[in-house]
Ligand binder design. Structure first.
Ligand code: NIG
Ligand code: FE
Length: 396
């Protein structure tokens, strides 16, 4: 029996060859929190309840597949210093940057972390997000990393996918012994986090100001040993050949990619790894090196788009703004940007069987919009286009 039919709507299923997988004058049937039927309104099944959406568009709920949503304090002063000429790398080398957020995050109570992250999450869900990936990586000791991951699980209003990012930066207490910190990640943090099921994947920051290729490989070996899939911050500020490395471990995604090489693209193609593009970080760092979008497109590599919400390089809580920037800055089409925030984002998180498209059997995670065409989602800047959301069939 169908519990609810959403009727009198246009549906961007994001499946099939038609642009946006669109079905006009459509209906969606929901049963037990899942999509049970989708098709032309005239053929809709009977249901206990029917809701008339008045001609609105329905898309899959948006999936933000790369965020650092949980953190203490913010870095507005550092941003001002950058406006006056300091670079991100210079600030990081002087102990600012990620390290300053580590200090604030370690000092924050569980409650402080949850409250501030919840208010950012509320802003995201108000723009149609139904799933958010949340990384740790501002704790950098076992207790603080666990505190971040627990805080992420306590957030309300969206499906949360958690990623352990212990290899985000070397914390100050290990500044003179990086190897010992990597030992701690591999021998203590990953085993405990895997055993206590505190994360769904492991990420690292492979970069001149982050971790070397060899260190990243050690982290991935530990993840593999403990049954956790991997992803990587790769080729953001320089080409460290991180994408190829990650693909050797069948990474779910490699993220940023401004400096991605042809070899990296070939490796991604072979391993089916998703390219996660983060245009808000590119914008906020006033970067000028564009990711090779045309080559990714030509190689048929699935592209996802995310906010990268974090206090240092992307204080962005709007998935729609990320889509707009993916189009204006990176030259994605509006359809690619929506696919990047739905179907391909689900792939980047390994949850494509559950959410990301409007298909029978998937969770009824839906966003209902006040627009005349799906391209408007990426077109308007800062507009409130969302009418309502459904999460597992429940109106939010
Ligand atoms: O995705 N690149 C590394 N991590 C974040 C930035 C974190 C920070 O500056 O606090 C990013 O851009
Ligand atoms: Fe990031």
């Amino acid at each position: 029996m169908i519990d609810l039919v959403l009727s009198n709507c246009h549906v961007a299923t994001m499946v099939g060859a038609v642009p946006y997988g669109a079905i006009r004058d459509a209906a969606i049937g929901i049963a037990g929190g899942k999509i049970a039927w989708v098709g032309p309104r005239a053929d809709a099944p009977n249901a206990m309840v029917t809701s008339d959406l008045g001609g609105a568009w329905v898309t899959p709920g948006l999936i933000d597949c790369h965020t650092h949503l949980v953190f203490g304090d913010n870095r507005a002063p550092e941003w001002e210093a950058r406006l006056n000429g300091a670079t991100y790398e210079e600030i990081a080398k002087k102990g600012g940057g990620i390290t300053s957020t580590v200090k604030a995050t370690r000092a924050a109570s569980d409650d402080d972390l949850i409250k501030s992250a919840q208010s950012r999450l509320d802003a995201m869900t108000a723009h149609g997000t139904t799933t958010v990936e949340v990384k740790s990586g501002y704790g950098l000791d076992l207790d603080s990393e666990k505190k971040m991951l627990r805080a992420a699980a306590d957030l309300n209003g969206a499906r949360i996918v958690r990623t352990f990012l212990g290899a985000h930066a070397v914390p100050p207490e290990f500044a003179n012994d990086r190897e010992m910190y990597v030992d701690l990640i591999c021998d203590t943090m990953i085993p405990v986090i895997a055993r206590e099921k505190l994360a769904d994947a492991v990420d690292a920051f492979c970069e001149t100001i982050g971790f070397t290729h060899a260190e990243t490989m050690r982290v991935f070996e530990a993840a593999k040993k403990h049954g956790l899939p991997v992803k990587l911050h790769a080729e953001q500020l320089s080409d460290m050949d991180g994408a190829s490395l990650a693909c050797r471990y069948n990474a779910l995604s490699v993220d940023h990619l401004e400096h991605l090489s042809d070899e990296g693209i070939a490796a991604m193609k072979a391993s089916g790894t998703v390219a996660v593009l983060l245009p808000c970080a590119y914008y906020f760092l006033r970067d000028t090196k564009l990711p090779p979008v045309e080559k990714l497109r030509a190689a048929n590599i699935p592209m996802a788009v995310a906010t990268d919400c974090n206090p240092g390089t992307s204080p962005c809580t709007s998935p729609l703004l990320a889509m707009n920037m993916a189009c204006t800055l990176f030259r994605l089409t509006p359809e690619e940007s929506l696919r990047g925030m739905t179907a391909n984002a689900a792939r980047a998180l390994g949850i494509a069987g559950q959410t990301g498209t409007i298909e029978v059997g998937k969770s009824a995670d839906l966003a209902v919009w006040n627009i005349g065409d799906p391209s408007e989602l990426a077109y308007w800047m800062g507009a409130d286009l969302l009418l309502t959301r459904y999460l597992a069939g429940e109106e939010q």
